[in-house]
Unconditional design. Structure first.
Ligand code: FAD
Length: 362
């Protein structure tokens, strides 16, 4: 450890999307942070395609809290690009081809719905990208969408933290931590607070192992095209650009409860079938990847303090939507820590409080 000072405001464990966004919020408010992270290759944030899209799910509805989350994430990542002097945020519309006249009619109706109007850029009733996709019935362009190059974002945050001597690449050693209501001591570092942002690994944390973060395994394909897609195509699967020239990510599979590592032939076949049903363009598969999303039974994030220590907090449960949830909920956690806002019940760790007494080992 090369810390110049060993006194910090916050220790943060985990530097995926959750820890990165939290560290940025705190640093931009003038708070000092010391971040401990083991950047495993298959952590969810490094595997994610980075897509953000306010209209999601099988029924294509406005995603939860989209009216708050999406304007917030646009501001947050744009300001982060300026602050970190790096590029990683790529807003662009997502195009969803219609599969039938009925599908087209449904979206025509939806485009009149006041709650969805601002998210629908344009409904096309005839083919627009017919040379690339199967859109003989037209399609819909969703606005407030795009992708975050998650690896470039996390790299930029890490470089920033390293430049302040406040990053340690290591597994956090729980046995080396002592806690009191006033302060946290970890090895030779002291801080007033500690925040755990450990994703699916939070089960290993003896202070928060009672919070039911459930694994949701996902796999992706990395592909390239002779002629690249003109837009992000999204229907059943998505094809999203990456930071690399003519390299795209196809995703993702959903396997609830699966905590096993490694890729599978089954997921590859599923994704190939979906790409073949989405684009006409010939492509080459280069790689297959996997990761475990940190999910919850009610698909809502979890934030707040440990029942015994108000200075020990967690931010987790970002599930399938880390890119859009992390900026807003890390900001909410900071505001709550500063006594400036409440955490709503549906995202509050308090909803699991009854499990604390049942399962806690601490
Ligand atoms: C295949 C796949 C595709 C996805 N695609 C998208 C997408 O397109 N858009 C989207 O919004 N979301 C997507 N997601 C979901 C998104 O990746 C997650 O919601 C998000 O990354 C969770 O971030 P996190 O920081 O909570 O967890 P993680 O990314 O798991 O980060 C936790 C970090 O903490 C570290 N850590 C844990 N324990 C310790 C410890 N004891 N000591 C030190 N370090 C520790 C880990 O090594 C890791 O670096 C996808 C996920 C998968 C798996």
């Amino acid at each position: 450890m090369q810390a110049i000072t060993n006194q910090y405001d916050y220790i943060i464990v985990g530097q995926g999307l959750a820890g990165s966004c939290l560290a940025l919020h705190l640093n931009r408010m003038g708070k000092t942070t010391f971040v401990v992270d083991t950047p495993r290759e298959n952590r969810a944030s490094a595997v994610a395609a980075g897509l953000f899209n306010p209209v999601t799910g099988k029924r294509n509805v406005k995603s939860w809290e989209a009216d708050q989350l999406f304007p917030y994430l646009f501001k947050f990542y744009s300001e982060a690009e300026t602050f970190l002097n790096q590029r990683f945020f790529y807003p662009q519309p997502v195009y969803r081809p219609f599969i039938s006249i009925a599908d087209q009619n449904e979206w025509m109706g939806r485009s009149e719905d006041p709650s969805l109007k601002s998210l629908i850029r344009k409904v096309f009733t005839s083919s627009v990208y017919g040379d690339q996709t199967f859109d003989e019935f037209g399609g819909v362009e969703i606005s407030q969408a795009g992708y975050l190059d998650t690896n470039a974002f996390m790299r930029a945050v890490r470089e920033f933290l390293k430049s302040r001597n406040s990053f340690e690449e290591a597994a956090f050693d729980y046995a080396a931590m002592t806690v009191s209501q006033e302060s946290i001591r970890y090895k030779n570092v002291t801080a007033s607070h500690i925040a755990f942002c450990e994703g699916s690994k939070s089960k290993n944390n003896p202070w928060f192992d009672w919070v039911p973060i459930t694994p949701l395994k996902g796999e992706t394909l990395t592909i390239s095209f002779h002629t690249p897609p003109k837009v992000i195509f999204n229907r059943s699967a998505y094809i999203v650009p990456t930071g690399r020239d003519n390299v795209f990510m196809v995703g993702a599979t959903y396997k609830p409860g699966d905590n096993t590592g490694g890729t599978s032939a089954e997921a590859k076949a599923e994704l190939e079938e979906k790409v073949n049903g989405l684009v006409r363009l010939p492509y080459k598969i280069h790689d297959q990847n996997w990761g475990i999303r940190p999910s919850t039974h009610d698909r809502r994030p979890v934030l707040g303090a440990h029942p015994q220590y108000k200075n020990m907090v967690m931010l987790n449960g970002l599930g399938t939507k880390g890119v859009s949830l992390a900026p807003y909920f890390s900001g909410m956690l900071v505001d709550w820590l500063l006594g400036q806002s409440e955490i709503p019940r549906e995202a509050n760790i308090e909803r699991y409080k009854s499990l604390y007494s049942k399962f806690s080992k601490t």
